[in-house]
Design a binder for this molecule. Sequence first.
Ligand code: NI
Length: 169
Amino acid sequence: MIRPILRYGDSPLHDPAAPVADITAEIEQLIDDMIETMYAAPGIGLAAPQVGVPLRVFVADISSGRNAADLLAFINPELIERTGTQREEEGCLSVPGFNATVTRPTRVVLKGLARDGSEQTIEATGLLARCFDHEMDHLDGRLFVDHLRGLQRDLIVRRIKKLSRDGKW
Ligand code: NI
């Protein structure tokens, strides 16, 4: 089932998410729904808080469904290494219509549980490292807009507020 994606300003998007205690049938359903929602959007990553569930779960597929092996789900992920810096433009399904250049690590190592409950550790570089870092931010209540400063941030926040006032957000 495709779930509605929350937007900048909505709760619990801006709050840290809680760890998953047990991989129950509800969690499995959540992951299935998140995958369907991510592909439908379409996007390359989606975190549970974006569909209103304040838990530490995200899904990602940098091939956008073209390569089955690229589909990943992480439960209770932890960044155990984060090295280098890359600056690229990125967006977010919760901030539709906006993009900005954000500094991210070039390489990360992420450790957590796969959807079957087994431990997985994945080393990522390039786009996948950026994606993992972006999704980990979501689990801590941070959006890419929060990485911006000064005028650039103010401009996006002001435009969102205006869209909100006009009922277009
Ligand atoms: Ni995002």
